[in-house]
Write a protein that binds this ligand. Structure first.
Ligand SMILES: *Cc1c(COP(=O)(O)O)cnc(C)c1O
Length: 443
């Protein structure tokens, strides 16, 4: 296969794209305005092979990487545009910063769950659930293209203090040695597969030694398969990367890809199919996840097709998420009721092999909360919920109820059902201060 050179399209050069002539002037302008606030990056693979330019701006993959006017409020859009027109750099910087801070850059306590060892905080790591540690390689705080809905957007927009980056693999390894309950290390970012193979190996290979026997699964959270499959095919260190995956398998451990796919179109190119085949041949398994997004995949047929095509390619459908309360959320969000309806209509239309998927799930402060459904109990309409993951593992899988609210889009808008004043997990400090303020410590 001939190598394809990676070409990013960002604020500086997107105007060179001839494809953008398909847009109205206003839509073109919006890329430059909204792109000041929300990070913008697309690339030649996305532009040439995923986007259907006959269908812009409504094309789902266009909406997935190119900013659109409605992603900012009207007032914010006008303000940014005016400062741009006036070439008021300082004013623009200030305004952009102010808008970003109001877009809830740090949802669901991401800055919490940062472990402490001997009084020193390890930024670059999160340990929210007992078995699983998240690690953010400092070189991997970028992606091959940026999703407009992404909740990690502050990491790409120069809001440096929000970066979790951790320089030394050494700290990760020391932490894991002290925590034998950890079975899974999840490399995330950004996208850890923007890091070159030898750096990645310096994090992963030590974990294959006997002293890390408790670490059974190495997970890689990545959008690279969907946005740059050549990473596994023709990039300079593609072979070295595949060899690293093989080493994990040979050491008797599981290499699990948590791959982001938001639309079935991302599964249909020759390049992605070949990349999937190569990864699978290395012994790794690929699980898939995506949030439900208005204007991108807000339709049961899209999800059913996506899950079917994934299983057909050997992938395992894993999570459907509710879009997080950050960034351009207002543009993408759907009600929890709608999310459940999309999920169940898709779920009931596929066979059992696709029903490994769970959702719709909200990654909220206390944990991952799944909407099991809407029903009526003694005349009261309620949401039935459960924890798929919880900071307190004893609370997982216990059904609980919230008052029905057809407009609610996130857990914090829900109230307990049956006139109760608290959810069951808020009683008796089961999670710790309602799961909101507590630093988690698994010491
Ligand atoms: C989802 C998630 C994980 C992984 O959870 P699994 O259910 O085991 O896939 C780990 N850490 C955080 C913070 C998460 O949100």
């Amino acid at each position: 296969m001939k190598a394809t050179k990676y070409r990013p399209y960002i604020l500086r050069n997107y105007n060179d794209l001839p494809q953008l002539n398909a847009l109205a002037d206003e839509e073109r302008e919006a890329i430059g305005v909204v792109g000041q606030v929300l990070p913008f990056k697309s690339n030649n693979y996305v532009v040439e092979q995923l986007i259907d330019w006959n269908d812009v701006p409504d094309d789902p993959i266009f909406t997935l990487t190119f900013p659109r006017k409605e992603m900012l409020s009207k007032a914010n859009y006008r303000a940014v545009k005016r400062l741009l027109d006036e070439k008021d750099e300082l004013g623009l910087k200030r305004k952009v910063c102010e808008i970003r801070m109001r877009l809830n850059p740090n949802p669901a306590g991401q800055k919490r769950n940062v472990p402490t060892v001997k009084g020193v905080k390890f930024h670059g790591m999160q340990h929210k659930y007992r078995e699983t540690v998240l690690f953010f390689p400092s070189q991997g705080q970028t992606c091959h293209a940026y999703c407009t809905f992404c909740f990690r957007w502050p990491q790409f927009s120069g809001m440096n203090e929000l970066k979790f980056a951790m320089k030394e693999a050494d700290l990760l390894h020391k932490y894991l040695l002290k925590h034998p309950a950890v079975t899974d290390v999840l490399f995330t970012g950004g996208d850890p597969l923007t890091v070159n193979a030898s750096v990645l190996a310096s994090y992963i290979e030590p974990l294959l030694n006997k002293e890390f026997n408790h670490v059974r699964t190495i997970r890689i959270g990545t959008k690279t398969l969907a946005y740059w499959p050549y990473r596994f095919l023709t990039d300079k260190d593609a072979d070295e990367l595949i060899t690293l995956f093989e080493k994990v398998k040979k050491a008797g451990k599981h290499l699990a890809f948590q791959a982001h796919f938001n639309h079935p179109v991302e599964l249909r190119t020759d390049a992605v199919k070949k990349a999937i085949e190569r990864i699978e041949n290395s012994g790794a398994q690929i699980r898939t996840q995506s949030p439900l997004l208005r204007k991108i995949n807000n339709d049961a047929c899209i999800w059913a097709d996506m899950w079917r095509e994934q299983v057909n390619l050997g992938l395992i459908p894993y999570y459907m998420f509710v879009v997080r309360d950050t960034g351009a959320r207002a543009f993408f969000e759907v009600s929890l009721e709608r999310a459940w309806n999309v999920f169940r209509r898709a779920y009931r239309s596929v066979s059992g092999v696709c029903r490994t998927v769970r959702g719709p799930s909200m990654s909220a402060n206390p944990g991952k909360i799944q909407v099991l459904g809407i029903t009526e109990v003694k005349g009261e309409k309620v949401f039935v919920l459960r924890f798929l993951q919880c900071r307190n593992p004893n609370l997982v899988d216990i059904p609980f109820f919230a008052k029905y609210d057809g407009k609610a889009t996130w857990f914090d808008q829900l109230e307990p059902a049956f006139g109760e004043t608290e959810f069951f997990f808020e009683r008796g400090n089961l999670i710790g201060k309602n799961g909101r303020d507590e630093e988690v410590s698994w010491e």
